[in-house]
Design a protein around this ligand. Structure first.
Ligand SMILES: Nc1ncnc2c1ncn2[C@@H]1O[C@H](COP(=O)(O)OP(=O)(O)O)[C@@H](O)[C@H]1O
Ligand SMILES: [Mg+2]
Length: 306
């Protein structure tokens, strides 16, 4: 029998990556937030990953939990992935880092007990085994509210009871993981800020609440999106440097989340066939037309704009 090209991932694991790796650069710089927030994130991650084992058992031992909570499209997933790479770069002299991405959607079941047992196995067996492979391990549970809910519930509006059940499952899993592999870092994201209840608050080493970009940040996201396009089509370097255009776009896109701002800039390429064929023809008028159209469709339901 020939060996399979890819080894099957264990249940509930969406991806396993060895870091640092060049192609994981990008996300950390792509999210524009207060640099102090990034510093705290990175410092917390490095302390847990580098010294968590040595501190284990002491009164000041970190729990190894970082929580990112905030509305959709505010950069939580991107920040979490970027953090893993940034921490891996900082720790590279001491060895490599494994990033394990948990797929919370892998567990919904008609039988709640069954999915809870699967989650428990993930933390008791699968994650400790993966964490034994390299000196540092970051586990990302993205959208924790999807974990261990009934299939039916998962397909409708998430109910607060399910959110609490999911966070409880993660917290008890964290205790098991921490006992077996101190120094493992768990990064959890949630779209439900209310889900960050007392249990999370008391155990998280750091909670970052992501927010809609404020008026000064919107033009910076527009500029960054244009720089991304200019990396492919250098003729767009002028637009990428045109702060007056970024400001006008910023005025139109106030109240939008980061994802919609980036999508609006990219969407400007497909307003006309000519720019779709040849993106280097993109003009300030195209960008402003796309922003006006997005504005007519309405800002994010979380924003104050509309
Ligand atoms: N503050 C921000 N600055 C720059 N880009 C942002 C910001 N917030 C979100 N984005 C962009 O929006 C997109 C979606 O972000 P994502 O991390 O998936 O958000 P979330 O996980 O909170 O829903 C990404 O391309 C990200 O770079
Ligand atoms: Mg996300």
């Amino acid at each position: 029998m020939t060996a399979p090209l890819t080894t099957a991932l264990p249940q509930g694991v969406a991806g396993v990556h060895a870091l640092p790796a060049g192609h994981h650069d990008g996300p950390w710089d792509a999210v524009i937030v207060d640099p102090g927030v990034k510093e705290r994130l990175l410092a917390t991650a490095v302390l847990v990953l580098r010294h968590g084992r040595r501190l284990a058992g002491s009164a000041v031992a970190p729990h190894g939990l970082i929580v990112l909570a905030g509305p959709p499209g505010t950069g939580k997933t991107t920040l979490a992935q970027g953090l893993a790479q940034a921490a891996a770069r900082a720790l590279a002299p001491h060895g490599a880092t494994t990033l394990v991405e948990v797929d919370p959607h892998a567990f919904p079941s008609e039988m709640l007990g069954e999915s809870q047992r699967a989650v428990s196995r993930l933390f008791r067996e699968t994650l400790p085994e993966l964490a034994a492979r390299r000196p540092h391990t970051v586990v990302l549970v993205d959208e924790v509210e999807a974990l261990a809910v009934r299939r039916q519930a998962a397909s409708f509006d998430t109910n607060p009871v399910d959110v609490h059940r999911a966070t409880d499952a993660v917290l008890s899993g964290l205790d098991v993981l921490r006992a077996r592999r101190p120094g493992t870092l768990l990064v959890v994201t949630t779209n439900f800020a209310e889900a960050v209840d007392d249990a999370f608050l008391s155990r998280a080493d750091l909670i970052v609440r992501t927010e809609l970009p404020d008026a000064s940040v919107v033009p910076l996201i527009v500029a960054d999106s244009l720089r991304e396009l200019a990396a492919q089509w250098p003729e767009l370097g002028g637009l990428a440097a045109d702060t007056a255009v970024h400001e006008r776009m910023g005025g139109l896109l106030a109240g939008f989340d980061g994802r919609r701002i980036r999508k609006t800039v990219h969407g400007a390429l497909s307003l006309r066939l000519a720019t779709a064929r040849e993106p280097s023809l993109l003009s300030a008028d195209d960008l402003l037309a796309a922003a006006r159209e997005a504005r007519r469709e309405g800002a994010s339901p979380y924003g104050e704009g509309g």
